[in-house]
Design a protein around this ligand. Structure first.
Ligand code: 13P
Ligand code: ZN
Ligand code: NA
Length: 283
């Protein structure tokens, strides 16, 4: 079955490795992400944006994720990514998601606290993990768009107060990464991560994991960022394989031919990310 990500991430933090949370966009991607994790004997988190919940249906996603996790026998969490809508959070929890993000990072501190508490009241007693964000992560993730000049790093003292006030078990502080691919390397504020980790005990979450150099991700993990979100690079690997297939064989018809290539490419990408966070062999 699907596991709450709270104990998964607490254990990862204690054992000093990360767990990748892969954004999945289709039913078959749920299977090949778990296949990649199973081949490396790694725990893994599947996550979907609100857009994916709307296109596939929360209950269908849960059924497929459960079936896949039982098939591959890998510790698996199912997380709702960047949700701003309490009703969608309720739907996801009812359907069987084991973790939800309430993203109220666009609001003032007090309102972020209020909305996070509201979700905690719903989720915590059901054993569902809650993730909140402080500061603003730049870039584009589905419907969430934050211009580079509006990105804002989280303040360590705020992180401490936020966790005290909300009791939230996982926190995503903005520390210099952005959603998507960067123009140059990201300017990660490692001092800030260290200060946040000194005053906050809960596992931290690294958003914008695509296009961050491996050694930078490993430093973040070492500082206590146990959940590493990866979306764009997985989508790119998948789509690029399909694009190349049709460049070579424009008249091809059999979906299995190009979907197999896409799967192989994305699976390799997933495996490289699992190795990057050090969760190989940690089941
Ligand atoms: P990337 O698209 O940069 O991998 O970011 C993923 C993410 O943070 C999902 O919430
Ligand atoms: Zn994100
Ligand atoms: Na990124």
């Amino acid at each position: 079955g699907l596991l709450s990500t709270t104990p998964m991430l607490q254990k990862a933090k204690r054992d000093k490795h990360g767990i990748v949370a892969f954004n999945v966009h289709s039913f078959d991607s749920i299977f090949w992400v778990l296949e990649a994790a199973a081949e490396l004997k790694s725990p893994v988190i599947l996550q979907t944006t609100v857009g994916t919940v709307k296109s596939l249906g929360a209950e269908n996603i849960v059924k497929v994720a459960k079936a896949a996790s039982e098939h591959y026998q890998i510790p698996t969490g199912l997380h709702l990514d960047h949700c701003t809508d309490y009703e969608v959070i309720k739907t996801a929890i009812r359907a069987g998601y084991t973790s939800v993000m309430i993203d109220a990072s666009m609001h003032a501190f007090d309102e972020n606290v209020r909305q996070t508490k509201e979700v905690m009241d719903l989720a915590d007693s059901l054993g569902v993990n809650v993730e909140a964000e402080l500061g603003k992560v730049g870039g584009v993730e589905d419907d969430i768009v934050v211009a580079e000049e509006d990105a804002q790093k989280a303040v360590p003292k705020d992180c401490q107060r936020f966790v005290e006030l909300t009791g939230v078990p996982t926190l995503a502080p903005s520390i210099g990464t952005a959603h998507g691919i960067y123009k140059g390397d990201p300017d990660i504020d490692f001092d800030r991560i260290e200060k946040i980790a000194q005053v906050v005990d809960v596992p931290l979450v690294l958003h914008g994991g695509s296009a961050v150099p491996d050694q930078d991700v490993r430093r973040c993990v070492a500082e206590g960022m146990a959940k590493v979100n990866v979306s764009t690079e997985l989508k790119n690997a998948y789509s690029k394989a399909i694009r190349e297939h049709f460049e070579q064989e424009p008249d091809s018809l059999d979906p299995r031919a190009y979907l197999q290539k896409a799967k192989d490419a994305a699976k390799e990408m997933a495996k490289s990310k699992i190795r990057m966070v050090g969760s190989e062999g940690k089941v």
